[in-house]
Structures are given as C-alpha cells and as structure tokens.
Design a protein around this ligand. Structure first.
Ligand code: IPD
Ligand code: CA
Ligand code: CA
Length: 264
C-alpha cells in the first residue's frame, strides 16, 4: 500500500463512520421520500442528501484540491489526481422501509484507478475496507472469498434496475439462472452484495445498470478478498457487473452469458 493510499483509506474510514452515524440517527427520527429520480421507484430522501453533504464537506476540508463524484450532487473537479466516488446511502429503498441492509460507500481513485474503498453497513455497524494490494478487511480483520463450489451449489446475489423495461430483461435472465444454481438473493444494496461476496457469504454477483458509486469501493474490496470483478455490456443496454471468486469466475461468466444477462 502506498503512503497516499493509506492516507486516503484512513480519511474514507473516518468519514464513512461519521456519515453512518448520521444516517442511523436520522432513520430513528423517521424517513420520507424527498424526490424521485430516474423513475417513480427511484427515490431520494433528505438523509441521502444530508449524508452526502457531510461526506463532501469532510473530504474537501481535508483535501481541498481533490475531485468528487457523488450520487446526490454535482461533480466537483479537482487538480490533485485524486477523485472521491461517493454513495451516501446504497440501499435507499431498504433504508426507507427499515430493512437493515444499506451502507455508506466511499472510494478514492488516483489517476483513474480505485486505490482505497470503504463500505460501512449502517445498521450492523460493520466496516468493510480495502486498499489496493493490501487485502480486504471487515472491522479490521482480513476477509476472503468462499472455497470453490460447483455451479449448482453457488448462491448468487443480484439486483434489479429502477427501469421497468430493463427489469423485464433481468427477470427473464434470472428465471433462466435460478434452476441452475443453489439459489438467488436480491438484498437491495450493490455495495453490500459485493462485500458479502468478499467475506464468503455468497458465491457470485451479477447486475446490470449499477453506477460507479454503487460498486467502486465494494469492487475493490471484493477484488482484494480474492474475487474477479468484470464489466460487460448488458442485455438491457447498460454496463453489467459480474463478480465471483477468481477460482470460479470463468464458469460463472459462462452461465451469465447463456442465461441472457449480456448483450449479443
Ligand atoms: C441501488 C442499490 C440496488 C441496485 C440498484 C442501485 P441506491 O442503489 O445498489 O441494490 O439494485 O441498481 O441503484 O439507489 O439504493 O443508492
Ligand atoms: Ca447506490
Ligand atoms: Ca444511493
């Protein structure tokens, strides 16, 4: 780990923990939808906005020349070569309903490469973290992916788009995959899905249509824990993320292809 990655990781950790405290406290006060975004089911709450404001403020006070890309605000350009990628609440629908599966996600890129990432599971107070080349941790302890298993015994995590059209394509692909694997889960947070893969609580993840802020931090955590994370054009016209332990990746990718998740 370089000195810069270590510095960025330390800052991401502190800021993610503080934002998670805010999200937890504000949830206890009650939550409602503030606005809808890409569709009627794509919601944002005041807490998403408040958490992102806090994160941007802390990052830019500490490092004023960095760039920021965040889900709930305008892109901030920078001059340092470092860009922060922020999802203040990944799993907003779970947050809204009180399902304890949502997280703060903060990644740091240097010259376009993600070098540090933190995903903080708000409800369970679990911190997942990684720096490039230094492994992945859960609450400071090293984590790793599951041992190899035949496809029929793999538990696969997935998610669905906020677009009804794209969902129909995803549902058809999922219907083809379901009889060929142990089971599927749709838990509602891309970032936590990838962290569950990283800690060995699932065998694979596939989803089309997520954004960089959903998977930047958790993708590094999964890779550092022994997963391969790949991107390919999805059947619905958006980027599809495919992730599995390195030892079983090619076989899973083949299944993803034959089930119709990908274009062509
Ligand atoms: C969503 C979650 C969900 C995934 C969606 C994302 P949000 O993020 O990661 O699991 O299926 O594609 O948009 O809206 O809760 O930040
Ligand atoms: Ca998200
Ligand atoms: Ca979000």
């Amino acid at each position: 780990m370089t000195d810069l990655s270590a510095e960025l990781l330390a800052l991401a950790r502190a800021v993610a923990a503080e934002a998670a405290d805010l999200v937890r406290t504000r949830r206890a006060d009650g939550v409602s939808v503030a606005a809808t975004k890409s569709s009627a089911v794509d919601v944002v709450t005041d807490v998403d906005r408040a958490a992102e404001e806090l994160i941007r403020d802390r990052l830019l006070v500490a490092r004023p020349t960095d760039a920021v890309l965040g889900e709930e605000g305008d892109d901030v350009p920078g001059t340092s070569g470092v860009r922060w990628i922020v999802d203040p609440i990944d799993g907003t629908v779970n947050f809204l309903y009180g399902i304890p599966q949502y997280a703060v996600s903060i990644a740091a890129e240097v010259d376009g490469v993600v070098v540090a990432g933190v995903v903080f599971d708000v409800a369970s107070r679990t911190e997942y973290a990684a720096a490039r080349g230094a492994g992945a941790t859960r609450d400071g302890q090293p984590i790793g992916v599951r041992a190899p298993a035949p496809l029929a015994e793999r538990l696969v995590l997935t998610g669905f788009s906020y677009s009804a059209e794209r969902r129909a394509i995803q549902a058809a692909a999922v219907a083809r995959m379901l009889p060929q694997v142990r089971d599927l889960r749709r838990m509602g947070s891309c970032a936590l899905d990838l962290c569950h893969l990283a800690e060995g609580a699932a065998d694979a993840y596939v989803e089309e249509g997520t954004e960089l802020w959903d998977h930047a931090a958790a993708g590094l955590i999964a890779e550092e824990a022994g997963a391969q994370v790949a991107h390919a054009p999805g059947a619905g016209g958006r980027n599809c993320v495919i992730a599995a332990p390195r030892h079983g990746f090619e076989e899973f990718l083949g299944l993803v292809q034959t089930c119709g998740f990908l274009a062509g």
